[in-house]
Design a protein around this ligand. Sequence first.
Ligand code: BES
Ligand code: MN
Ligand code: ZN
Length: 488
Amino acid sequence: MDFRTHVIAPGATSRFAADALLIVLAGDAVPATLDEPLAAAVKEAVAQGDFAHKAGKQVYLRQVAGVKAARVLVAAVANGSAKALKSALVSGLNTLKGLGVKHLAVQLLGFDTLQSAHAEALATAWGDAVYVYRTTKPSATTVPKLEKLSLLAASKAEATELGAGLVRGAGIVEGVTLARELANRPGNHCTPSLLANEARKMAKANDLRIEVLDHKAIEKAGMGSFLSVAKGSDEPPRFIVMHYQGAAKSVAPVVLVGKGITFDSGGISLKPGAEMDEMKFDMGGAASVIGTMRAVAQLKPKVNLIGVVAAAENMPSGRAVKPGDVVTSLSGQTIEILNTDAEGRLILCDALTYVERFKPAAVVDIATLTGACIIALGNVRSGLFSADDGLAAELQAAGEAALDTCWRMPVDDDYDEGLKSNFADMANIAGRAGGAITAAMFLKRFTAKLRWAHLDIAGTAWKSGAAKGATGRPVGLLTHYVLSQAAK
Ligand code: BES
Ligand code: MN
Ligand code: ZN
């Protein structure tokens, strides 16, 4: 990725040398700052009905006389927001990536103010456009030629502001790409051991400290709930702890905890067959933690960050945990496992207890935890659960800033009622109603000593259908949150 800003004089767009120009226009007319050969071409396109200053409209122009770049794509945005810009950029880049464009210049015109968020939107749209999953499909050779991006700025001050956004966006793109790559890999490739090895590689390449606990060490630590999930599988579990130190050792760290179920068959409470393949994405939370560590290692904020991944495979077998079994969690609380498919909370509860030792400033767990969260929020916003109003507000704001949004859900104690058990301190499921909240209430029972929030990303970590694949969410949200903690 070669992202840079260029200050150009007003009216010099036509003379800028690149393989293609992508001009994004806000407002309802051609801005005066667009110079003549281009302005005339856009006006002509409007007159001929090929373009309008309306969201979603694009016009592709080739070999415009007097314009140095051979290709020009003009796109209109709904308004001057970074969100509207990103959607225009996504479609613009999709048009351009199939062409012979190596060096793309982008100019944003008619915006009231340009902020780093606009440049970040460009970087992340670019990252999404050029990513191709090839690990188990090497024939997917449509690797785009896009190599170099020049974002044109009207002044030095604007270039500084936009440049900061490109830098932040480039870091997020690295993290998102890694998260997508890991989550897209099939379950027979992406096992808990592979996740640990990939985390090690990432840590080594980025100067992060890492520890990996194997089955024996997890047992020794006392994570009986976590181990009960791993029991049915021939794949050994892994507990991964990554450390980024950007502030003094005495500064309390932010801790991220990711659900790393590399395949969720449901276990003895076996899932129905339809779409079961998508349960390879059940390590999306883990992928987002590893991706965020990658992004933060590149952006180097003055903050301490610990990323924890609990990785296991949930399988039925003669050794698998059964409905009715009671296990003892690391916290000492006992759990009656009424449904082995509610396994995410069983691995996370032990991870949450484990991280108490780091005396964290805040703990955020990230998990593809419940189908119920998809019913509640669809595929747009992740579910956010926290009893701490300040932490919830910070995470919500980080999501808005990153265009990787979440929505707060309730965690009133009344929702805890259904988790009561006659045979253990709690059951791992309650009734169907409010299932995403029940799951959060289960986790909440392990967070008395923590400033804690939970993100349910079941609806946002991957896409189904023709575009099936991991999204890399919520790396953007998490990275913004971590950066915001450094500013204080
Ligand atoms: N990994 C699933 C949640 C999930 C389901 C995510 C579908 C994305 C799509 C989780 O482990 C699970 O199976 N949850 C159960 C909980 C239930 C048994 C209380 C669910 O949501 O059905
Ligand atoms: Mn499950
Ligand atoms: Zn699961």
